[in-house]
Design a protein. Structure first.
Length: 414
């Protein structure tokens, strides 16, 4: 009976409403996880406000293949911050960010991505809390510069083989610097996320991520048939000159290039249909972390928005591909079985979500996902011997529900 229930349901994605602002032509994860508006509201000059941002979630991953062990994420993250607009082109935010998992008493002490994969030795008790600060400067009508906690996560619009949407729940806010450019024909996002800072004689390596995401519009997004092209890149560097670790300096890279089309149907129920094709690649230092040093993948997807429902299906085929922050189901390595790799895996994805706005700043959502493997032999990285069973089970499921709370209270108008 339990297996039957998981066969019908599937991934918790959080629901997000951008302060009542309608987001058109957005991908599914964009609608759920985009954090904050990229442009400063000039009408809010002189305002000081208190903002509460929270996602409460219960997400169960029923992973029964050899790719990854299943796990559950019951908890919430909470941001409490003040937002001040001293100038028409400047916004300053300050407060705290915390994450809580029900039943947990120990949390990783350092900046991290992916609770389930954490294997560090240093922990903090009771709750994971970080200071939060963002300075957002509008340099011109089209360009913005951000210092501190940047607009991260799914706001970068990376494809899922490059970025797992679940990290919007489990990872710390991205912090560093960011440049944003918006025009009629180009949307550009360039950033540096400084994940781990080190001191002299430190026992860990520094780590930072540099990324770029660009979308080129062939015509207006409001056109009946909108065509766009995109380039995406992620590079993670681990190293440092003042630590005392014996680990090698490592630089890992993921990238993607592709094109897509959006048919703006505009009907009462069927809003739009989006199709996209991307070629992805990666390059890692061989032998430093993974057995694979370079690879590629092909990603094709089709999605449609039906009122408050979104349905998406995609096809993925790769050879020796490894994601830095992407979903592990798009990789060629098992994170469940040691030293096991997949030979040319092919996968079908099916997902659906429902997002219901309760009021301005309050929304409820549910999402289900399934990952089905079509082929891909498993072999041992060191011996090259093939395993008799490639995946154990070909299908993996995930299901979850979320509540997004994001009210803003005006404290004073200067």
């Amino acid at each position: 009976m339990r297996r039957c229930l998981f066969n019908v349901c599937l991934t918790c994605l959080a629901v997000y409403v951008l302060s009542g602002r309608q987001v058109l032509y957005a991908q599914m994860t964009d609608r759920l996880y985009r954090f904050g508006a990229p442009r400063i509201d000039t009408l809010r000059k002189g305002q000081l406000a208190l903002e509460i941002d929270n996602i409460s979630f219960f997400k169960n991953n029923e992973f029964i293949s050899t790719v990854q062990k299943g796990y559950t994420l019951p908890g919430f993250w909470l941001q409490l911050k003040t937002v001040y607009h001293p100038l028409s082109n400047l916004k300053i935010e300050g407060g705290v960010h915390s994450i809580w998992f029900w039943g947990s008493t120990l949390y990783p002490a350092f900046v991290y991505k992916g609770i389930s994969a954490w294997d560090g030795q240093d922990y903090a008790r009771n709750v994971h809390v970080l200071p939060y600060f963002r300075a957002h400067i509008a340099l011109s009508e089209h360009a913005d510069f951000v210092l501190g906690d940047i607009y991260g996560g799914s706001s970068h619009r990376l494809i899922e083989p490059l970025y797992n949407p679940e990290l919007n729940l489990t990872s710390d806010p991205e912090s560093g610097l960011q440049f944003l450019y918006h025009s009629k024909w180009l949307q550009l996002d360039m950033w540096v996320d400084w994940m781990t800072y080190i001191y002299r004689l430190d026992t860990k390596q520094e780590a930072f991520v540099a990324g770029a995401s660009a979308r080129f519009m062939a015509n207006s997004p409001e056109s009946r048939l909108h065509v766009y092209f995109q380039l995406q890149g992620l590079s993670q560097h681990r190293g440092g000159e003042i630590d005392i670790t014996n680990e090698d300096t490592q630089t890992m890279f993921n990238g993607a290039a592709g094109m897509g089309m959006i048919w703006n149907v505009g009907r009462k129920v069927l809003k739009h249909i989006n199709t996209e094709f991307d070629i992805a690649g990666y390059s890692f230092p061989k032998g430093c972390i993974y057995e694979l040093d370079k690879g590629r993948g092909y990603y094709a997807k089709l999605s449609m928005q039906l009122s408050d429902f979104n349905i998406e299906t995609s096809y993925w085929s790769c050879r020796d591909f490894m994601p830095i922050f992407g979903n592990v189901f798009y990789g060629s390595m098992s994170t469940k079985e040691s030293n096991l790799l997949y030979e040319n895996p092919k996968m079908l994805y099916l997902g659906g979500d429902y997002m219901h706005p309760l009021n301005k700043g309050f929304s409820f959502g549910i999402k289900a996902e399934a990952y089905y493997y079509l082929s891909g032999k498993m072999y041992h990285a060191e011996t090259g011997l093939y395993s008799p069973s490639a995946f154990g089970s070909n299908t993996n499921y995930s299901v979850g529900v979320c509540l997004r709370i994001n009210p803003s209270f005006l404290l004073k108008q200067y």
